[in-house]
Design a protein around this ligand. Structure first.
Ligand SMILES: [Mn+2]
Length: 424
């Protein structure tokens, strides 16, 4: 559903006075506000093609109605999000859920909405109807070479689709592992996986990256063959310079210090991409920033510190994507909330006085270190983020505009109330 530009202007006009009052207040305390605003405008977060329908659990799935019925409608939905916030200018495709049958058509449709193709995602954690061999006991780790080859061939096919669309990276997440002690020879599982990843790596175009995503547990509950950042780093180090580790916030054991992981991966030049979500207990895939906003801020603090130390471009040198899915919200409203949470944390982290922090660290002034971080975290930057949206031509309050336009009702009217988007 395309959003009329005039609607955005009308909406912004109605909120402008109140916005300016708040923005003037917060910006009076910021020295380099133009620089920060430009960084916020440049920062784009990819939306995965599987996040546009209602999520489900193994117990059930409740359709929201008006869910996209095909890839074209998924692109339209992300185009709508991008029109509302101008911060979601990329789509991340999952194969085989979203095979682009006609690549040039899909590419031009995405371009019409100002969207680029972010990382391609392969799937060897499910069996597909036409598939010859089963992944029940793993894919790239499998004891049978024929199964491993099938997984490798699938990933190479995903690269082919990505090339047609102008994507530049492949994300490999493997559910491989074991559920019971003794089921797996850990060393052989690692070596098989490495050998399979090498074959995929060899098929990567020169200007592509491969991201190896790790996850502590689920669906396997005893061991996972790419189970943590150490294992991922081992694979990516052995593979070569085009291989990087991908951090998904929900893929850690409880209370892991993710910001420290991020810092060290950046130091090693091996952090490639990021999947945002939030969690209370495990891989809960909840809305970004809904449970632990301070942790998200601390992660962004390390991201900025580590990227600046290497002169990296915040917007383009890492892959940024939301990876969340749940049962109870309108997925489009939820994605708007997630993007907003990311932008807020990014903006807060940009406010950290790094010179003072380094001084305080060097003086072992622990109290000041905490004060400096929390000074930034406790700054209400929402109007700063809104000002960046305003400058980029987006809505001051995306969710409010989405609601006053009755977007979901329109989608249900056009697509029906019983549609189910492909995905989990
Ligand atoms: Mn992920």
């Amino acid at each position: 559903m395309p959003l009329d530009k005039n609607k955005i202007e009308e909406h912004n006009q109605s909120l402008l006075k109140e916005h300016q009052r708040k923005f003037n207040f917060v910006s009076s305390e910021i020295n380099n506000k133009e620089n920060i605003l430009q960084k916020l405008i440049d920062f784009q977060i990819a939306i995965p093609s599987w996040a546009l329908g209602s999520g489900g659990t193994r117990f059930g799935r409740f359709s929201i109605g008006g869910e996209p019925r095909n890839l074209e409608e998924k692109i339209e939905d992300i185009g709508l999000l991008h029109a509302l916030n101008k911060s979601s200018g990329a789509i991340s495709l999952h194969i085989p859920w979203d095979i682009p049958e006609n690549a040039s058509h899909i590419k031009s449709l995405a371009a019409q909405h100002g969207l680029k193709f972010d990382a391609m995602n392969s799937n060897t954690f499910q069996d597909q109807p036409e598939q010859k061999l089963s992944y029940k006991f793993g894919s790239m780790q499998h004891v049978d070479k024929a199964v491993r080859k099938q997984a490798v061939d699938h990933n190479i096919e995903v690269i082919k689709y990505g090339k047609e669309l102008g994507s530049k990276s492949l994300t490999v997440w493997l559910s491989d592992g074991s559920c019971f002690p003794g089921q797996l020879n850990f060393r052989k599982a690692f070596q098989n996986t490495l050998e399979s990843l090498r074959e995929v790596y060899d098929a990567l175009p020169d200007d592509w990256k491969v991201f190896v995503e790790y996850k502590a547990y689920e669906p396997n509950f005893y061991s996972t063959t790419v189970g943590d950042w150490g294992q991922s780093l081992l694979y990516t180090s052995k593979l070569g310079t085009k291989a990087f580790t991908l951090v998904d916030l929900g893929h850690h054991l409880p209370n892991a210090n993710i910001e420290q992981i991020v810092s060290l991966l950046l130091m090693e030049g091996k952090l490639g991409g990021f999947h945002f979500n939030d969690s209370k207990y495990g891989d809960d895939d909840l809305t970004v920033g809904s449970i632990r906003p301070y942790q998200l801020f601390l992660i962004f603090n390390e991201l900025i510190e580590g990227m600046d130390a290497k002169n990296m471009n915040h917007a383009t040198d890492l892959g940024w994507m939301i990876d969340a899915s749940h049962n109870v919200k309108d997925p489009l409203e939820d994605l708007l909330q997630s993007v907003e949470a990311i932008m807020i944390s990014y903006a807060q982290a940009l406010l950290v006085d790094r010179k003072k922090l380094t001084e305080a660290q060097n003086n072992n002034d622990v109290v000041s270190c905490q004060e400096i971080l929390q000074q930034a975290f406790r700054t209400d930057v929402r109007s700063l983020v809104a000002e960046a949206r305003l400058k980029a031509g987006a809505a001051l309050d995306p969710i409010e505009l989405y609601r006053t336009e009755n977007t979901r009702e329109h989608l249900i009217k056009t697509r029906g109330s019983k549609t189910v988007a492909s995905g989990l």
